[in-house]
Design a binder for this molecule. Structure first.
Ligand code: HEM
Length: 397
């Protein structure tokens, strides 16, 4: 079996689109990823994706962006601004945990910051389990920790959320509840289709846990990267701070530029299930694998220019290339939350973005409140993660 690594933007795009390649990044992560959407293949993937897609429509995102998110941003950033200081890492986390839990179908009966932090720490542990392939830790020890977190999360959050939806659905079937009474979330979709999709409880549990990790961890990290990118840009272009608050297109370019430079996963990996010829001519036999180096492909100078390594929201790029590069993946497993987090850019010439996106909304919420780096308390990277990943990002308002 051979493994090929792709580092060029167009080669990675071609590999994402190849029909004969299946997901191969999570083989060591079964405890949390087995039979989740991201690891399914063929018809199983198509059927489940079609059902879950219904929740991830632009109309729903518009509702989030108009009604839920601004409230969540105010509730979290308002008190921090009143206090005059805060840390972007937990602040962003509180905003996105609640939003992701709503989309995934995880109830938060207490609604307190402490409960939000507990929910997030589960998501972090689940993420650690999902990225087991890159972990330097003892695999068995990590697996046991993730399994334990899954049990505790089940008891505290998942089981009550599942019970509530199962009961609501029974009442719906009996004609005692209407469509409007059913929550619009992933767990409800799975409860409604448990029989047709042949989903045992442990698969439903992993799917919801996977949504938690997919939504929370990457959105929180993307927000802190965007803040860091913006502050660095203002150091050299102070006049752009005001522009970023008032100009949604520029704000979104800033967010997309930081997403390009910091993909949530630095690589994707696929395995050939039939003979495949890659764009560069490489022939793959069944069982051969390909690693798509997203970090390098997103810095491909042929596509992003000679300064591809640098943060430049004013960058001009080809029309057929998203500003975030491959950060949301591509092909059949392309991120279902892409428009929710990244928004929907307008035509470059005509007007505002169709959707701003969660990350841009939070960044704007920080900037309008006057957030700036705390000169006496510089940001710190998470010591447990080898790539750039902010552990603390103190700001003054
Ligand atoms: C900045 C934030 C995010 C980034 C960078 C990101 C990135 C990605 C990437 C790269 C993939 C594809 C992985 C692969 O092909 O191996 C993916 C898939 C996925 N993402 Fe996201 N994601 C983000 C936010 C979200 C959110 C907010 C949600 C949901 C609430 C979400 C749910 C999913 C799901 C369900 C999949 C699997 C899709 C499938 O296999 O069909 N993501 N994401």
């Amino acid at each position: 079996m051979t493994e090929t690594t792709l580092t060029r933007f167009d080669d990675v795009r071609d590999a994402y689109r190849q029909k004969g390649l299946k997901q191969a990044l999570y083989d060591a992560a079964g405890v949390i990823m087995a039979d989740t959407l991201l690891t399914l293949w063929g018809d199983d993937h198509r059927r489940r994706r079609r059902l879950e897609n219904r929740l991830f429509r632009r109309q729903t995102f518009e509702h989030y962006e108009r009604d839920l998110l601004p409230r969540a941003v105010d509730e979290v950033l308002g008190p921090a601004a009143a206090e005059g200081r805060g840390d972007v890492v937990p602040l962003a986390r509180r905003i996105v945990v609640n939003l992701t839990a709503t989309a995934a179908g995880v109830d938060r009966p207490e609604g307190t910051p402490a409960e939000t932090d507990r929910l997030f720490s589960y998501a972090v542990k689940f993420s650690e389990g999902a990225t087991a392939v890159h972990s330097t830790r003892d695999p068995e020890e990590l697996r046991a920790e993730v399994a334990d977190a899954l049990e505790r999360w089940d008891e505290e959050f998942f089981a009550p959320s599942l019970d509530r939806r199962t009961e609501l659905f029974s009442r719906f079937v009996a004609g005692e509840a209407t469509e409007e009474d059913l929550p619009k979330d992933v767990l409800t979709v799975l409860v409604r289709n448990q029989d047709s999709l042949d989903l045992p409880r442990d698969v439903v549990r992993r799917e919801v846990a996977f949504y938690m990790l997919a939504g929370m961890h990457s959105t929180g990290a993307a927000t802190t990267h965007a803040v860091h990118g913006a502050f660095g840009w203002f150091d050299d272009h102070p006049e752009d701070r005001e522009r970023m608050v008032g100009d949604p297109v520029f704000l979104q370019h800033c967010v997309h530029e930081s997403m390009r430079l910091h993909p949530a996963s630095p690589v994707a990996r696929r395995e050939a299930v039939e003979p495949v010829t890659l764009r560069g001519g490489t022939e793959m036999a069944v069982g051969d694998t390909v690693v798509m180096d997203l970090w390098s492909a997103n810095r491909d100078t042929d596509v992003f220019g000679a300064d591809a390594d640098r943060f430049n929201p004013r960058r001009a790029i080809r029309d057929d290339v998203p500003r975030w590069g491959h950060t949301f993946g591509g092909g059949r497993h392309a991120c279902i939350g892409m428009e929710l987090d990244g928004g929907v850019p307008a035509d470059e010439v005509a007007g505002s973005p169709l959707l701003l996106g969660t990350v841009a909304l939070i960044l704007r919420g920080l900037l309008v409140r006057g957030a700036q780096r705390d000169p006496d308390d510089p940001p710190q990277q998470d010591p447990n993660i080898t790539r750039v990943w902010w552990g603390r990002y103190p700001v003054l308002f």
